[in-house]
Design a protein around this ligand. Structure first.
Ligand code: NDP
Length: 342
């Protein structure tokens, strides 16, 4: 039996595909174009990986041909595809519709072609589904696994960040509501994964480009800031991409994780913490980026953002997340190696 992974070209999804293949699962991975399918086939070079081209999931029937063809052999679905787009002037077309139609479409395809074969679905949601964008910068707020943001389809159109947070809530809520309404028709049970900022290396060194995916670009841009330059003053939370992939697979395998929303956050980071690790751990960067400032350690700094209480998710998952030092060092080592600097 196979695992279907949507959006398999994504930063997170490539790590999910990799860990599944290492565990000897057969993987059917969807991408938008044949060129991307060919690149994935080449990079993974694994006979257990089958690529399928599904096009743009704004089209509600995008996943139909894939489930029509492979539905009888799919037992697990990991729905990781979703737009992560912040440079748009049309948030309805570029963020809200593809996110919601992607979830609607994949669920309808399963209902049509594999209602009794697919046993589990794991959807990549986000902590963005828990609060509004302004609330993420409010230290008086604590969110947990029961939280939902207050966006409506209309208020989510205020900015790309509002649209992203809205899109994650609408898509995740659609999943839970669909399963409740169709519990007599489809066999599958769900778990959702809600990561904070995901750091870590790209699955393949060849994916390192001057500009990287939104979350890793936080570190990439600091590596390329000159010594007298100013880094973006950002305080948020982080998690390592390998932990995110691992959590998806555990969610797919373990019955005790059915019905759970799992918040993946190891802890706080601040752009100065990243500068400190880069300066201390990569001598090649000394004098090439803004200096370390170890007097401003994370613990001593006033909080500038909300708190996620993910004690329930941590206890349920039961494994230790990687540290900020590991996340920053793994990310930077790959970029610097690719640039021939180490
Ligand atoms: P990427 O941008 O690297 O991956 C997004 C994936 O979704 C790509 O495979 C992309 O395909 C696919 N996709 C986007 N829009 C469409 C569309 N209209 N039709 C079909 N496929 C589409 O992002 P990440 O790996 O970072 O994100 C993956 C998931 O994790 C998303 O659901 C995101 O919301 C969530 N997440 C990410 C966090 C992070 O910090 N990175 C934090 C919290 C949640 P293509 O390659 O063709 O563009």
């Amino acid at each position: 039996m196979s695992v279907f992974v949507s959006g398999s070209t994504g930063f997170i999804a490539q790590h999910i595909v990799n860990q599944l293949l290492q565990l000897d699962y057969k993987v059917i991975a969807s991408v938008r174009t044949q060129a991307k399918a060919d690149e994935m086939t080449h990079n993974f070079n694994n006979p257990n990986l089958t690529m399928v081209v599904t096009g743009d999931m704004s089209q509600l029937d995008a996943f139909d041909p894939a489930f029509k063809k492979y539905g009888s052999e799919i037992k697990y679905v990991i729905h990781a595809a979703s737009p992560v787009v912040f440079d748009t002037t049309d948030v309805v077309k570029d963020t809200l519709i593809p996110a919601v139609n992607g979830t609607k479409g994949i669920l309808e395809s399963i209902k049509k072609y594999a209602p009794q074969n697919v046993e589990r679905i794991v959807q990549t949601s986000s902590v963005s589904s828990l609060t509004t964008d302004p609330e993420t910068r409010d230290p008086s707020i604590t969110a947990n696994e029961d939280s939902w943001n207050s966006y409506t389809w209309e208020t989510a159109q205020a900015s790309p960040a509002d649209a992203y947070n809205g899109s994650k809530k609408f898509a995740e809520k659609y999943l839970w509501d669909f399963l409740e309404e169709n519990k007599d028709v489809v066999k599958m049970k769900a778990t959702t994964i809600l990561p904070v900022f995901v750091f870590g290396p790209q699955m393949f060194d060849s994916s390192v480009k001057p500009k990287l995916n939104v979350s890793v670009e936080v570190i990439n841009s600091i590596i390329h800031t000159p010594p007298n330059g100013k880094v973006r003053d950002l305080a948020a939370k982080f998690i390592h991409v390998e932990d995110v992939a691992k959590a998806h697979i555990l969610a797919m395998q373990r019955d005790d994780l059915i019905g759970q929303r799992l918040i993946l956050s190891e802890g706080n980071y601040n752009t100065q913490d990243i500068l400190n690790y880069l300066n201390n751990d990569f001598p090649v960067l000394k004098g090439k980026i803004p200096a370390a400032d170890t007097t401003a350690l994370a613990e001593g700094r006033p909080s500038k953002d909300l708190t996620y209480d993910n004690s329930k998710s941590r206890a349920l998952l039961g494994f230790k997340f990687k540290s900020l030092k590991e996340a920053v060092d793994d990310t930077a080592a790959q970029i610097l190696k690719h640039e021939g600097r180490i």
